[in-house]
Write a protein that binds this ligand. Structure first.
Ligand code: DP6
Length: 323
């Protein structure tokens, strides 16, 4: 009743920001992402009859808020399998939480994968993705590798793989511009945007067009089109955040300077574009072979603290299963 799984974070190119009404954490917008490889979460889940409750350690510390989310996720799995045992969960990230890379995505994908293996629950990738989504919608995408789509037409949506990591390799450079925790998390930020942003409905209705354009760009390996639609989706999401009351300003000065640098590089013909999530770090995506040039262009910008490299990686997978 014990298993270890590994999952990688993902970066959305077409962004999810907003939830449908209801209690199952269904995104209001479709999204499309890439799964990374060098940043990893490893999670060991051990179910035991004599545990009276679930226990959780993330990077050696306990966190009651995360434990509550984890228990919710495992409750759903206990219901599916009919196994009523509690679990000891130990999760470790090989990347700093200050990197501004959503560790909840890799965390819940690894948790669901390890827990399913420990319980011998015979769930398909799609079912595991659906389960992960209920805890954190971006986690649904980390169940799969490479390019991943998350359509929202189904009643209880799951992510789906679109193209594997080897079919169209890309490079990612993350420019870290702050180590401060963000002031407002995604879930709360989305609620505020839905309640107060005058552009919110226009944002939601505009996302299906971006989603189908990005899908087409990925399937045709059309980097220019993917760059255009990804930057547009990112900037539209941040426009919604800025027009939320009180405003959600996730950028700092370095964030803006990097945007200008990346746009200048692209103007010079370098195949690279930027994307930014609910934080000030900038993720620069390029065709392979341009990492050094990109690093040189951004690392001297005042406020850039660190630069992290990644390529595209696989989906969540079992590393060890102990019975
Ligand atoms: C800006 O998946 O963290 O990164 O479903 O409430 O856990 P919850 O939100 P989360 O939101 C991610 C928002 C984003 C864009 C994206 O990844 O699509």
């Amino acid at each position: 009743m014990e298993a270890i799984a590994q999952a990688q974070p993902n970066i959305a190119l077409v962004k999810y920001w907003g939830k449908k009404r209801g209690d199952r954490n269904i995104p209001a917008t479709p999204s499309l992402s890439i799964t990374l490889n060098t940043l990893q979460t490893r999670t060991r889940v051990k179910f035991r009859q004599d545990y009276g409750t679930d226990r959780l350690s993330i990077n050696g510390t306990t966190d009651p808020i995360q434990l509550h989310r984890v228990t919710g996720c495992l409750d759903a799995l206990r219901q599916v399998t009919g196994i009523n045992q509690y679990a000891d969960i130990v999760s470790v990230n090989n990347f700093p939480t200050s990197a501004g890379i959503a560790s909840s995505a890799s965390g819940f994908a690894a948790l669901v994968t390890a827990a399913c293996a420990a319980l011998d629950a015979n769930l398909s990738g799609e079912e595991q993705s659906r389960l992960a989504r209920r805890s954190s919608a971006s986690a649904a995408r980390s169940v799969f590798g490479g390019f991943v789509e998350m359509d929202i037409k189904a009643q209880d949506p799951a992510a789906r793989p679109l193209l594997t990591e080897t079919e169209w390799p890309l490079d990612i450079v993350v420019a870290v511009t702050s180590t401060q925790p963000k002031q407002i998390g995604s879930t709360a930020g989305m609620e505020q945007s839905a309640a107060t942003c005058e552009y919110y409905d226009a944002w939601v209705s505009s996302t299906s067009g971006d989603f189908s354009t990005a899908r087409r760009a990925v399937l045709n390996h059309d980097f220019e089109l993917l760059a255009d639609v990804s930057e547009a989706s990112c900037l539209k999401m941040h426009a919604v955040m800025l027009a939320t009351h009180p405003a959600l300003i996730y950028w700092n000065g370095a964030t803006v300077e990097i945007i200008h640098r990346v746009r200048a590089l692209r103007g010079e013909g370098l195949p690279a574009f930027f994307t930014i999530d609910a934080g000030p770090q900038v993720k620069i995506i390029s065709l392979p072979g341009y990492r050094d040039k990109i690093e040189r262009a951004v690392k001297d910008i005042p406020g850039v603290i660190d630069v992290i490299y990644s390529g595209l990686g696989p989906g969540a997978h079992v590393v060890e299963s102990l019975k």
